[in-house]
Design a protein around this ligand. Structure first.
Ligand code: ZN
Length: 173
């Protein structure tokens, strides 16, 4: 488990997801500056990336955690949001291979490429938003076996560890 596996507390707001049709406009009826969260897409934690592109009607309480690389962009009344909200798979597809490895991890990418898990299972869907499952959680949800992992190119020690950890993980949906 990585250091970011457990995010900050639930008191941190999630904001709202702007429509995907274009840049959200702050029509400013209440003259409130809004803030769009920009998560680092380089090794982000699940907590932060779930908020990527979302908008809050006050400043996000950054940083969310030690070493948090999130930023925020102000949207003044009558301004458009700087970023169009895009789904996890849209963002993922536009990344280079190195960035994809940074985001989901090399072993997750191996089992995605081998067809053992779907990309949407690991990173989420337009409906779920970002999930960013860890490798062991991917293994657990699909009940993958050591031979399957080996065939995808995962090394033996990692495969053994992931399968035995997956057996012990509490069920969390
Ligand atoms: Zn962050």
């Amino acid at each position: 488990m990585d250091a970011h596996a457990h995010g900050p507390g639930p008191e941190i707001p999630t904001g709202f997801e702007p429509p995907r049709s274009g840049r959200w406009r702050n029509t400013g009826r209440d003259k409130t500056t809004h803030y769009q969260l920009v998560s680092s897409l380089r090794k982000p934690c699940g907590f932060c990336i779930r908020r990527h592109g979302r908008i809050l009607n006050k400043p996000w309480p950054l940083p969310f955690h030690p070493n948090c690389q999130c930023d925020q962009l102000a949207i003044l009344p009558d301004w458009d949001a700087p970023m169009v909200y895009r789904t996890p798979s849209e963002i993922f597809r536009e990344m280079g291979p190195d960035a994809q490895v940074n985001l989901v991890g090399a072993d997750n990418l191996r089992i995605i490429r081998a067809g053992l898990v779907r990309l949407s299972d690991v990173i989420g869907t337009p409906e779920s938003g970002w999930l960013l499952l860890g490798f062991t959680e991917s293994v657990r949800r699909r009940k993958l076996t050591v031979p399957q992992l080996l065939s995808a190119g995962v090394d033996r020690a990692t495969a053994d560890r992931a399968v035995s950890m997956a057996d012990r993980l509490p069920k969390q949906e």
